[in-house]
Design a protein around this ligand. Structure first.
Ligand code: ADP
Ligand code: MG
Length: 690
């Protein structure tokens, strides 16, 4: 119906709301029909941000940087890019970019905006996330993308010259990529005074962000937009969300979440429930518990759906699909649903108060993913998911006193608690030589930087002058994966086992391929034994993958073997993507036909920094890392648990009561010095017996 209105001209005024609405937009979409909120156009005008349209456009016109603060649901993400488009910022072949920290949000928001603009997704409105580009070079004017993807675009177009406005949304999350991006945008602005930047969020320390972007020098004659950032605060919010707290702290948030769901189902009127837990393990447990409880109490009508980042596309779609009549959907999610998403049926939110967060210690060089308390900013975002299309309720599984007095206001920026290997490699690929002197919105510790440089040097990614090596450095930078994995893939070429290694890389990108089952640990262990390889977990994964393919990718086969069918489908998906990437880099895929040593050598070439040695007289399986002599143990989920081979490399660490190594493989220590002579030179003479 959009032929009645020519894009680029002023939108016709809707004199008669009813008619106008129908004339311009067919209100047939699922999102607008169900609740009687009228046409999309009218919904748009009802959003708080609508009253600020002129103010926002004026500010963007006159200021290089505009910081917009507004409650969740006020319309920042979906509306501002459209306002910019209407005001002509996408004319003359230019584009408007809007970044999000998470892939899922990018897809969801782009879909919604295309719907509101009544255009086909991938044409005028498109999106790009890692491994998926739904844009059209000629047609796309408004583009949603992750901040990570925008960073990658800078490798080809360092000044991001095709964009007239870049909106960095949900900046309060302070993800690693957001901070790198903010630092780089500040640099770009100096070279491109006409570029406009918008930084938006519900809860953001607007003043410190403004100070960071204030590049105005005193007595400087200004041309073009003023360099002093504008701060705009959008008053008003979506629908009201009533908050409830527990009276006493809960000891088991998974159980407590499940019983809260049950009592909502008992006592509250219809409406879907969104439960925030920390990870796939929690989520699977909760779904199992809920199923059991519903069964034993004879309660019907609940449909549980998981939501986490490793989920295959089809399962992800379940989250967005309408709830069957008479049913109540319960979505168990990690914090991936915390920002930007509008899940239509959601009326109730249950917030555990925790999320999985990265913490890196540069002294021990150990990065852990630990379950940690969330910040108030996150808690508000979570509650906000309940008031998007109608009033809602949020049940917090912590006390009000805890919220008011103990919860931190905002989280620690990720850059200050992460291993910086990927970050450094990206900056290097963008030609930023003086990394220690880089202007960050929040500075990482110099120790972390130095550690990262050291690892990259030993991976052969950086040379003696700390420049990217050719081709290895550039290739590793090109592959959008953890550099250790990228290096492993490159090395597999040399060892003739790239077919096997990309399978392993795909499995490592997934949290777990096993079904965690309470109470039947023994059966699970037995199932694992069917695939277990004496060499360790990576080779075991190869056996599982082979079995899955031979079973014709059967879900029954998975079920019988305690293997997570969804995870395996995701493995296939990621593997296909890795295949394309390696082809692009000109790496031919080759199988080593069962030569396991080749596979292990390729793994070592990427992961030598994660080597550990069994303590000589240890009775409890204690290992020490070769580099920093940290005490570590093999994770009980590993096939090498209790086997305790002398030398191993591990993929990652998790810390619970101890530091546990996940996914380990036996190695010959001489491979370490082969793979990284400089790195292990000292150890060669002292601790590694030849
Ligand atoms: P903000 O970014 O300020 O949190 P958004 O622009 O994401 O707000 O969304 C504003 C409002 O638009 C939501 O509260 C909701 O009412 C509506 N909305 C957005 N996306 C959808 C959707 N997919 N389905 C239905 N309503 C939506
Ligand atoms: Mg938003």
């Amino acid at each position: 119906m959009s032929q009645f209105w020519k894009p680029g001209t002023e939108r016709p005024r809707l004199v008669d709301d009813e008619e106008g609405g129908i004339l311009l937009y067919t209100a047939s979409s699922s999102s607008s029909s169900g609740f009687g909120y009228g046409s999309l156009e009218k919904q748009r005008q009802r959003l708080p941000v609508y009253k600020y349209k002129t103010a926002i456009l004026y500010s963007v016109e006159t200021h290089a940087t505009t910081i917009i603060v507004g409650e969740t649901g006020s319309g920042k993400t979906t509306q501002i890019p459209q306002y910019l488009k209407e005001a002509g910022w996408a004319e003359g072949g230019r584009m408007i970019a809007c970044t999000q920290p998470r892939r899922l949000a990018v897809q969801a928001v782009a879909t919604r905006v295309a719907e509101e603009m009544d255009v086909k997704l991938g044409e005028e409105v498109g999106y790009t996330i890692r491994f998926e580009d739904i844009t059209n070079e000629e047609l796309t004017r408004v583009k949603f993308l992750t901040d990570g993807v925008l960073l990658r675009e800078m490798m080809d177009d360092p000044l991001l010259s095709k964009y007239s406005v870049i909106m960095v949304d949900e900046a309060h999350e302070r993800s690693l990529s957001t901070d790198i991006l903010l630092g780089l945008l500040k640099k770009i602005q100096r070279r491109r005074p006409e570029l406009r930047i918008i930084i938006s969020s519900a809860t953001i320390e607007a003043k410190s962000m403004a100070a960071f972007f204030n590049t105005r020098r005193r007595r400087e004659e200004e041309q073009g937009p003023t360099k002093e950032p504008a701060i705009l605060s959008v008053e008003g919010r979506g629908f009201n969300v009533e908050i409830f707290y527990v009276d006493d702290p809960v000891s088991d948030y998974v159980r407590s979440a499940v019983s809260t769901v049950m009592s909502i189902h008992d006592q509250e009127r219809m409406g879907d429930i969104l439960v925030f837990l920390t990870g796939q393990d929690d989520i699977d447990t909760a779904i199992q518990l809920l199923t059991e409880e519903a069964q034993s109490s004879g309660k019907q009508g609940l449909v549980s759906v998981p939501l986490y980042s490793g989920l295959p596309r089809a399962d992800q779609d379940l989250v967005f699909s309408p709830t069957p009549r008479g049913k109540r959907k319960v979505i168990f999610s990690t914090n991936i649903a915390e920002t930007s998403l509008t899940l239509e049926g959601i009326v109730y939110v249950v917030d555990s108060g925790f999320s999985k967060q990265r913490f890196y210690n540069p002294i021990s060089d150990i990065e852990n993913l630990v379950v940690a308390p969330i910040s108030k900013a996150s808690a508000r975002q979570r509650a906000g998911r309940a008031g998007r299309v109608r009033p809602g309720k949020c049940f917090r599984l912590y006390t009000e006193d805890y919220f008011s007095n103990e919860m931190s206001v905002v989280g620690i920026p990720e850059i200050q608690r992460s291993n910086l290997v990927s970050c450094v490699i990206q900056l290097k690929a963008l030609g930023i030589d003086n990394i220690l002197g880089f202007d960050w919105p929040a500075s990482p510790s110099p120790e972390s930087m130095i550690r990262a440089l050291e690892v990259l040097y030993s991976l052969g990614v950086l040379d003696d002058d700390a420049k990217l090596t050719s081709p290895t450095g550039f290739q590793v930078a090109e592959i959008p994966l953890d550099p250790l994995i990228s290096k492993m893939i490159l090395a597999s070429c040399e060892f003739g086992c790239s077919e096997e290694i990309i399978t392993i890389a795909a499995v490592l990108s997934i949290q777990s391929i096993w079904i965690p089952v309470r109470g039947v640990q023994k059966q699970l262990d037995e199932a694992k034994l069917r695939f277990a390889a004496a060499e360790g977990d990576h080779v075991t994964f190869l056996n599982v993958y082979k079995g899955f393919i031979q079973s014709n990718k059967s879900s029954k086969w998975c079920h019988k073997n305690f293997i997570n069918y969804h995870a395996m489908r995701k493995v296939i998906e990621v593997r296909e993507q890795l295949k394309r990437i390696t082809q692009r880099l000109g790496i031919g895929l080759k199988s080593c036909e069962g030569d396991i040593q080749a596979v292990k050598k390729a793994i070592t070439a990427g992961f030598f920094a994660n080597a550990a040695r069994l303590e000589p007289f240890s009775h409890n399986g204690m290992y020490k890392t070769l580099r920093t002599s940290q005490e570590v143990y093999i994770h009980p989920s590993s096939v090498l648990f209790r086997v305790n081979p002398k030398f191993i490399v591990y993929h990652s660490l998790v810390s619970t009561d101890r530091q546990y190594m996940r996914n380990v493989i036996t190695i010959d220590p001489s491979w370490l010095t082969e793979a990284a002579p400089h790195f292990y030179q000292k150890q060669l003479h002292s601790s590694i017996p030849q």
